[in-house]
Design a protein around this ligand. Structure first.
Ligand code: TXA
Ligand code: MG
Length: 322
């Protein structure tokens, strides 16, 4: 069973385990990550095992500074500009993998590109102390909702990993935005913690959307983030026995008879809603309701990523990959 140690006391224990090729769950500003040394094949294999994640789905390599990033990936001028603007922070850049980077091929699932991110806080310090990049997917069983607290990680993965570093609730609450620069244009592969509009401002052009060929972000399977309960989005009414996930001050009809009710943000603040999203979904799932009705949420700013995760949570379940 995993030990749960507060972040301000966990650095040495985390370094010792990572140095020995073990995996450790760590807080980042987005969601908790399940980290292992990205240059150590055994450590990376342990990540896939602990999550039950299909090995064709590549991992993000987390770096401490730009020098480490440039040793691993090849940066075009626009990717570098985005890194300078948004790192450390909730943006992941997919760039060509640099030959001789030392990254174990399991991390990229054999692709010739790599997803890179520089996290804030505990993760950033940990990587710079370790001196090596950390491969880290979200710290949840494959196909389940990402964890935004140490306790959520411990109850999901605790039996399969030695340490959960507890940094409290993650401030952003949604995974990073993933982009890839193609011929001087930025393609959005996954909406996330940096709103698309903020990236467009830096890029000076609208983002390209949708994928060109193949599955660009292989983890974007439709039914990712599935809670046990079924979901109904854009609900304007609730039936007795259903749970309700609210947003803003207006309530869906019949909300008084909901089996459980939580509001993402009473004031309709999308940042607050992002922070609460996964924890509220987990809590409503635990209420035992067979269906979670979700009030409409606007698509602007972080609303794009929130609606993306809700759509995946509501999608028909395809368990063939987990
Ligand atoms: O905020 C986050 O991004 C968190 C924290 C822990 O950093 N990590 C996270 O990792 O969400 P994960 O593994 O749950 O999602 C990473 C996504 C997957 O959908 C994967 O398919 C995609 O990134 N990905 C990884 N490498 C890629 C590549 N070379 N090209 C395209 N997509 C890639
Ligand atoms: Mg994930």
């Amino acid at each position: 069973m995993a030990e749960l140690i507060a972040a301000d006391k966990a650095m040495d224990a985390a370094l010792a385990l990572l140095g020995a090729g073990e995996v450790v769950a760590i807080p980042t500003e987005t969601v908790y990550g399940l980290a292992g040394d990205a240059t150590n094949g055994e450590a990376v294999a342990r990540i896939f095992e602990a999550k039950g994640r299909p090995r064709f789905n590549p991992l993000i390599a987390h770096v401490a500074d730009m020098a480490m990033a440039e040793r691993i990936g090849v940066f075009d001028p626009l990717s570098r500009k985005l890194a300078e603007k948004f790192w450390p922070g909730p943006l992941t850049l997919v760039v060509p993998l640099r030959p001789g980077s030392g990254i174990h091929p399991l991390v990229t699932a054999g692709l010739d590109t790599i997803a890179l991110r520089m996290p804030k806080g505990f993760g950033g310090t940990l990587i710079s102390r370790l001196g090596r990049p950390l491969a880290a997917p979200s710290a949840n069983s494959s196909g389940k909702i990402s964890s935004t607290s140490g306790e959520a990680v411990a109850s999901d993965l605790g039996a399969r990993i030695p340490l959960v570093v507890d940094g409290g609730s993650t401030p952003v609450g949604l995974e990073s935005t993933i982009v890839k620069v193609e011929d001087g244009r930025v393609r959005l592969l996954r909406p996330g913690g940096v709103p698309a509009g903020d990236i467009e401002e830096v890029a000076g052009a609208p983002l390209l959307r949708g994928v060109t060929a193949g599955i660009e972000a292989p983890g974007m399977l439709a039914s990712h983030y599935a809670p046990g309960a079924a979901m109904r989005l854009n609900a304007d009414a609730v039936a007795a026995g259903e749970a309700l996930l609210g947003f803003g001050p207006r309530r869906a009809d019949g909300w008084q008879q909901a089996r459980a009710f939580l509001n993402l943000s009473e004031t309709g603040d999308l940042r607050e809603a992002a922070t609460n999203l996964f924890a509220h979904l987990q809590a409503l799932d635990r209420s035992g309701a067979e269906l979670i009705a979700v009030e409409p949420i606007p698509f602007d700013e972080l609303g794009e990523a929130i609606n993306d995760r809700l759509a995946r949570a509501a999608a028909p379940r395809d368990n063939s990959h987990v």
